[in-house]
Design a binder for this molecule. Structure first.
Ligand code: NAP
Ligand code: 8YV
Length: 316
């Protein structure tokens, strides 16, 4: 049997399919993974991991015969793809199969912010409807201008899902796309012109804190910030300060800088909706992501090719 090093969680179906072809070594079962790899690393030829945990450079170095890393997720900023490619290791991920789910999560966060879903749920539970009468009015989510930061696969799915709300879509990315939406080369300028800014770029150095104080101030007191990309994309301290002093109106967040840690100051605010990075976390979508994660490994085992390499490894 071929040896697979498995990082993070996997569904039962994934484990069953993997166990039929691989001897699985789960990092979660190891007291000291680095010490385990020092002894056994040379027999590992495949790694299964996810977008959060990635693969530590020291672990990659300790697996001299590694052939492929399969990432259970589309984002792979926690994997050093340049180092992998230089060693001849192909990296795969799970694009497209989660587009619709992450778009649904985005719309969910946006609607929850606009219609004060959490406030009004708490109002009913506290019995205040009976004692205090109707709760305060909210903002309509109809006919808003939404700026998408990163109009890629998921960004386009978000734009599609917002169409029934009469949304005007504009976007910012490094390059202009062949679409009918207005393109902004300047993120601050776009933030100034929109009601809601949706972040859905990859994480990593190129997007680190690109939603900074200037962008947040431009979005303004009536603005809503939705982040479903990576916590690193938004300057979290600047965002919290702006939410506290009213320079930013609302935030709907699925991702955080130091997740699973969410700053106490953010948890105390009532103009935020907070989710524990569940953008793609439904049984159906995780099944599709899991199937692609395993399919990539099994295909490589069979004939040395993969189905969905990350762009950097597409020519390998
Ligand atoms: P994608 O198709 O590659 O789209 C990414 C978009 O971001 C592209 O339009 C790209 O356009 C733009 N972009 C990249 N770097 C940029 C930069 N420095 N400045 C501005 N725009 C930039 O990726 P996807 O499949 O839509 O996934 C996007 C990301 O969503 C993932 O990488 C992951 O971080 C996140 N995600 C989160 C969850 C969740 O559970 N919350 C789930 C899935 C994915 P240009 O190249 O023209 O700039
Ligand atoms: C998952 C994600 O949380 O695909 C991504 O980039 O962030 C999410 O779908 C994660 O990768 C699954 O482990």
């Amino acid at each position: 049997m071929t040896d697979l090093f498995l990082i993070g969680s996997a569904t039962d179906v994934m484990l069953e399919r993997l166990a039929a072809q691989f001897t699985i070594h789960r990092i979660g079962d190891m007291d000291d993974p680095q010490a385990w790899l020092a002894e056994h690393g040379d027999k590992i030829t495949y790694v299964g991991t996810n977008g959060h945990d990635g693969l530590k450079p020291a672990y990659m170095d300790a697996m001299p015969n590694l052939k492929a890393i399969s990432c259970y997720g589309v984002g792979y900023d926690a994997i050093d793809t340049s180092a992998a490619k230089a060693k001849g290791i192909v990296v795969t991920h799970t694009p497209n199969v989660l587009n619709a789910e992450v778009a649904t999560t985005t719309v969910l966060l946006m609607l929850a912010c606009y219609r004060e879903l959490l406030r009004d749920d708490a109002y009913v539970r506290a019995g205040r409807w009976e004692t205090d009468g109707n709760s305060a009015l909210t903002r309509s989510a109809d006919n808003q201008t939404v700026g998408i930061l990163g109009l890629g696969r998921i960004g386009q799915a978000i734009a599609d899902k917002l169409a029934p709300w009469g949304t005007k879509i504009v976007y910012h990315s490094r390059s202009e796309k062949d679409v009918d939406y207005t393109y902004y080369g300047d993120l601050v300028e776009m933030a100034r012109d929109v009601d809601t800014l949706v972040c859905i770029t990859p994480g990593g150095a190129a997007t680190n804190k690109i939603v900074n104080t200037d962008v947040i101030n431009a979005l303004g007191p009536q603005g809503t910030l939705i982040n479903v990309s990576r916590g690193s994309v938004v300057d979290e301290a600047a965002m919290i300060a702006a939410l506290q002093d009213g320079r930013l109106g609302w935030a709907g967040l699925d991702v955080f800088e130091g997740e699973p840690h969410v700053p106490e100051a953010l948890r105390k605010l009532d103009n935020v909706v907070l989710l524990p990075h569940v953008g793609s976390a439904t049984h159906d979508t995780r099944a599709a992501m899991g199937a692609l994660t395993v399919d990539n490994l099994l295909q490589h085992l069979k004939d040395g090719t993969v189905i969905s390499p990350v762009p950097e490894c597409a020519d390998m």
